[in-house]
Design a protein around this ligand. Sequence first.
Ligand code: ATP
Ligand code: MG
Length: 403
Amino acid sequence: MAPQPCVLLKHGEIAIKGRNRGTFERHLLRNLTRAVTEVDPRVHVERRSGVAVLTTSGPIDELVERAREVIGISVVQPGVRVSKDPEDAARAAVRMLRERFGGDVRRFAIRARRRDKGFRMTSSQVAAHIGQHVCDRLGWPVDLDDPEVEVVVEVDWREIFVSVEHLRGQGGLPVGCSGHALSLLSGGYDSPVAAYRMMRRGLRCDFVHFTGAPFTGPSSTYKAYALVRRLSRFQADSRLHVVPVGKAQRALATAGAGQLQIVAQRRLFVRVADELARRLGARALITGDSLGQVSSQTLSNMATTEQASSLPMLRPLVSWDKEEIIAEARRIGTYDISVLPDEDCCSLIMPPHVATRTTTEQLSKVETRVGVDDLVSQVLSNVQVMEVEGASAPVASCEAVTR
Ligand code: ATP
Ligand code: MG
């Protein structure tokens, strides 16, 4: 068997989730296959215990980058597969080290493991054998405690895998294995990061974006669309529901919401999202709230907002600082979209003072005056749905991991 380029993928958390393992693996394999066939229709995806292997007759660089975006994969190892012969593995190791490091000398270690426990050599014998070969051919010194380069050798049932590069993947739980939620997506920094963090806990997301139409232009919708497109790198085929609320916002203002305007609007968003989620079969709402970040995100206002929802409201960023959120937005590639200017519906009607302490009683009075149930029905009759496919752009700063 001639050495064949391949990519070895390890899924971290699945390994410890004994009971639900089958479901997790099924979702991961489906998401992975979908993602990698997008970049290379010839790719072959093979499943092993705790590992998936990608092989192709084409180049593997793009496959490597795409696999690093698949949630649930924690380590991505480009390498080669050779026949089940340590000599072949040793030759492959030397060839890959030469290609990658030229004539440089590095301290190295071979890390060998066997999935086939019946193999005629133990893991340490395999490591010693290949290590000796590398010393002889390249003159590199062995350093098992603090190596500059680690060569991973995995003896499998039918072949041996050799790799000299270990890249970090997204980690987390495969999208879909925890169910389905509706993400409230503005054009800001926070909500796309919040959606991503919940995707990483296995939730498939639908998205809803509220616009101030007909009193604002389409810029915030363009941004929301671009954000969903970016986030669709992490889950295939997303849906964005665009909901014009300008008239409903005015109605709240006319009903005398005053200082309660922002929280009243937030409760309206939540009521609409709650009903939309039920129609879609989503079991939770996701927002980008972070405690104390702005006046609408005090504990009191979060509580009154939450009371308008019958579904759990997930706020993964509740404890995050703005700097942490921005750093994550850069890493997942949403920052460059969120930074663009837009006409945000929340700033359409800004009272001079936003109440930081609100009660359900106060808000109920405004909602009774405005006839909130009818308002929700009216708003829901104007929802526009967009089907969104993923946009390509490499995810930044997935650094190499040293194991
Ligand atoms: P973001 O950066 O996500 O816009 P923010 O710090 O601007 O958040 P708020 O404007 O108070 O905070 O919004 C809090 C959350 O409410 C957002 O994270 C988002 O989940 C939801 N939200 C706000 N505006 C909209 C909108 N126009 N469409 C959909 N959801 C929204
Ligand atoms: Mg906002």
